[in-house]
Ligand binder design. Structure first.
Ligand SMILES: *Cc1c(COP(=O)(O)O)cnc(C)c1O
Length: 388
């Protein structure tokens, strides 16, 4: 079967000739409209750009279900990790203590960040992909009453697991502790509303489920928490309190903003709304994930996670144990067919990851599955043979 026999996508524009689909969250494949929004220059202090910033901040608060002024949204230059670092330094008092729930690379990065910041912490380390359980969090908080903040990654992008946020948030809330959520790869596609999930801080960035380009992250933070954080930061450029105060006073970013990225994000938010907001996006990503997982299983691949832990964001597959399978070659074969995938991040087994987010739909996933089948043929990997 050739590519032409698959229905082509209706809703989404195909990338320019030779431009691959990025199944790597993120950066990810953005829409033509989002790219085109970057075709002009903006004065960083100009009232038109300030208006864009204000609308972005307000829109993100609404997306988190915030209806009053009990929370603020503070965007910050840099990739998502810059915003996580700023959020940790803001929300955790210098004499505070964090409980970091870890099951992958991003939980690990949080502990490394806390070491740099000189904040005390304990961890619950579940290894590569097992979910932290609410009962475990409950027991740890009972045994460690000096813990002030709990950090959880919503979707651990390193394995693709969707952690049990709601149950853990309830436990943290029952202990009266402050919850910091790394919702980097889920915000905008997996519902997260403050009246359902009690949190103090949510962090995400421009180039994940809102489908913008890289350049900044944002922190949605309880007003009382940021108000108490004057002088707490360890770094001038990552001082979220000062960024907030300056933005409130002037409408501007404190230092040079990534203007084109902000304007592209503003355009991406319009498309997010037009698609039906968080629920519309969740529906498309879930469909992408279901078509992907079903098709990959038909080809003979196995997922790392059981179905109930699979996120609609990214899925980890075990590499086949066939002697001819080599990830680098597989990657190159797929790239030649216009698809860029992710290597795995597991310590225990060979694996690779495929993202379901960005401007892709189920038709493009069908094309991907065909490309994967063709790549396996090109590599002489017969998936029907038992691989042990
Ligand atoms: C992408 C991501 C981050 C931030 O990574 P950057 O490379 O700094 O943008 C943090 N946490 C999670 C869960 C992520 O998926």
């Amino acid at each position: 079967m050739t590519k032409a026999e698959f229905p082509t996508t209706q809703a989404l524009a195909t990338p320019a000739l030779g431009e691959p689909y990025l199944l790597t969250p993120g950066p990810l494949t953005t829409s033509k409209a989002t790219k085109e929004a970057m075709l002009r220059d903006w004065g960083s202090w100009d009232v038109s750009f300030n208006q864009v910033t204000a609308e972005v901040r307000q829109n993100l608060l609404s997306m988190a279900g915030i209806k009053d002024d009990s929370f603020v949204c503070v965007p910050l230059q840099g990739s998502g990790s810059y915003s996580v670092e700023a959020a940790l330094a803001t929300a955790i008092p210098r004499d505070g203590k964090a409980l970091v729930l870890m099951n992958g690379a991003y939980g690990q990065r949080a502990t490394k960040t806390l070491e740099y910041l000189g904040r005390a912490f304990i961890t619950l380390d579940k290894g590569d992909y097992l979910p932290p359980q609410p009962e475990e969090v409950d027991a740890l908080l009972r045994d460690n009453p000096d813990v002030t903040n709990v950090f959880l990654v919503h979707c651990e992008t390193s394995s693709g697991i969707l952690n049990p946020l709601r149950q853990i948030a309830d436990v943290v809330n029952a202990h009266g502790k402050s919850l910091i959520i790394d919702a980097m790869s889920s915000f905008g596609a997996v519902p997260l509303a403050v009246d359902e999930i009690p949190f103090d801080v949510v962090v995400s960035s421009a180039n994940k489920c809102i489908e913008g380009i890289p350049g900044f992250g944002f922190v949605i933070i309880r007003r009382s928490v940021i108000e108490a954080a004057k002088g707490r930061a360890n770094s001038l450029s990552l001082d979220l309190y000062e960024q907030w105060v300056y933005m409130e006073r002037t409408g501007q970013w404190r230092f040079t903003p990534p203007t084109h990225s902000v304007v592209a994000f503003h355009k991406a938010l319009e498309q997010h709304t037009a698609e039906g907001g968080v629920h519309g996006r969740l529906a498309r990503y879930t469909r992408n994930r279901d078509v992907l997982v079903t098709g990959m299983r038909e080809l003979g691949f196995r997922t790392l996670l059981e179905d109930r832990w699979l996120s609609p964001i990214i899925t980890t597959f075990f590499s086949p144990e066939h002697p001819n399978f080599e990830f680098k070659r597989f990657y190159d074969e797929l790239k030649a067919r216009q698809f860029i995938i992710y290597p795995g991040k597991l310590t225990v087994a060979e694996s690779f990851r495929i993202g379901c987010i960005g401007q892709i739909d189920e038709y493009i996933v069908h094309q991907l599955l065909r490309a994967i089948a063709d790549s396996l043929v090109a590599m002489n990997v017969d998936m029907q043979q038992p691989t042990g």
